[in-house]
Write a protein of this length. Structure first.
Length: 435
């Protein structure tokens, strides 16, 4: 009597581990950003998935091989018995302008942003696991700091900040009938913010003082979504999507270190070494959003998303800095043309996206308000992707041109140029063998 034996493909696990090492190393490197010294740094609003070329409008979109991160309900549409893996990198070049800068400042960085893998556990149940960056902080500036008790003297002080929050997540998507799917994601957020401050005037303080504050954050984070897809005519399909998350409080210990001496000439002497000075917390807001898409003949797709984050309700501390929180609103949209063909696989005809082209745009009012100005981020995007049916490899490229911030009220505006690339791979998760 013949029976079916499952043979797992172990090379996929080797690729998975190697890519995790690359992602973890790259997360430690971030692009310079003046606003990232506030809160938990710049919260990453981009998805770095197939929706990138469409302005990140992915709440209502699905794919048989690509993993859309915005809505976990989309995982249920992956192909049966297939494993999908993606690793995404991004090159970002920024030019900063503002009256507070002596000259324009340029910064550039390539960074791996995301790794994710997904598969179907059951015909109605999809599962994905991944690691990506949730926020990043990287800044350096010099200021005149007032010293009390020193006859009204000021001292040159440098601030050097690094760090950020990473996100490990597990997403589930379940099909309920032909049209409806539900999704839920559990994430673990972890990371720290590091601020190094050097007092450079030896005349007043006697020697250079160097202080370091490390604020660690951890917590679980839950979000979910749903999608509904229906054919409204023989060639038109309507897609609806919704996402949401509850308020979450990140918390952790704060450590303080103090040393004296110029590190460029000799090893500073340690005065205080990683002493716990308290605990800190940062609240993430209630978030909700919706998306709509229309697809014609499985070739032409129009999509638009709206998302709001209720930052005005979180009541985070501003640590004495001159800024406040306001609700963040983001709208994005795009269009995609796909060259789809049918391929014969395992005695059945399956759809295959040979290539696609994308155009999109986005406008985001961020949660920071400084000197009466709410920081905004707006831009346009272009995308293109190619897939190979025989090798299972796919490549996506996207370009984004945009501007963030403003020069009003002595603030800083950054004009940026980004090139993103995603390498994807899809293959049999298991092979079937009859004995």
């Amino acid at each position: 009597m013949k029976f079916m034996k499952y043979k797992f493909l172990y090379p996929q696990f080797i690729i998975f581990l190697l890519l995790l090492v690359c992602v973890n190393y790259s997360f430690g490197q971030t692009n310079t950003s003046p606003y990232s010294m506030l809160g938990i740094g710049d919260i990453v609003s981009k998805n770095f998935d197939r929706s990138s070329g469409m302005g990140d409008a992915g709440i209502s979109l699905t794919s048989y091989r690509y993993i859309y991160d915005e809505n976990p309900a989309s995982i249920s549409y992956l192909s049966d018995r297939m494993l999908s893996m993606e690793v995404s990198g991004n090159f970002n070049a920024v030019s900063y302008k503002g009256e507070s800068l002596a000259k324009n400042v340029n910064s550039s960085q390539f960074q791996v942003q995301r790794f994710v893998m997904g598969t179907k556990i059951l015909p109605i149940w999809g599962l994905s696991f991944g690691l990506k960056q949730f926020s990043s902080s990287n800044y350096y500036f010099t200021q005149q700091q007032f010293i009390e008790g020193a006859s009204g003297s000021y001292i040159n002080t440098t601030h050097d900040g690094t760090g950020g929050i990473n996100q490990v997540f597990l997403s589930n998507g379940v099909r309920l009938g032909k049209n409806l799917s539900l999704g839920a994601r559990v994430s673990y957020l972890f990371g720290h913010m590091k601020d190094e401050k050097d007092l450079l005037n030896n005349t007043i303080v006697g020697t250079q003082l160097n202080s370091t504050v490390n604020q660690y954050y951890t917590h679980f984070y839950f979000d979910g979504g749903l999608q509904y897809h229906v054919n409204v005519s023989p060639k038109w399909q309507l897609g609806l999507g919704a996402i949401g998350s509850l308020k979450t409080t990140l918390s952790g210990n704060t450590y303080y270190s103090l040393s004296q001496g110029d590190g460029s000439t000799s090893l500073p002497s340690q005065m205080v070494d990683d002493s716990i000075i308290g605990t800190g917390k940062f609240n993430l807001p209630v978030t909700y959003g919706g998306g709509l898409s229309l697809t014609y003949d499985n070739k032409l797709t129009f999509a638009v998303d709206y998302k709001q984050e209720k930052w005005s309700d979180v009541h985070n501390s501003t640590s004495g800095f001159n800024y406040s929180f306001k609700n963040a609103n983001q709208i994005s949209g795009g269009i995609e043309y796909t060259k789809r063909k049918n391929e014969f696989f395992r005695n059945q005809i399956i759809p295959f996206d040979k290539y696609f082209y994308q155009l999109g745009g986005y406008y985001n009012q961020e949660y920071l308000v400084m000197k009466g100005q709410q920081i905004s981020n707006a831009g346009i995007s272009l995308g293109v992707g190619f897939n190979s049916f025989t090798s299972g490899l796919g490549t996506m490229f996207n370009v984004q041109l945009g501007t963030r911030g403003t020069t009003k009220n002595n603030l800083i505006r950054g004009n940026y140029f980004q090139i993103g690339v995603t390498i994807s791979y899809q293959s049999n998760w298991i092979k079937y063998k009859f004995q």
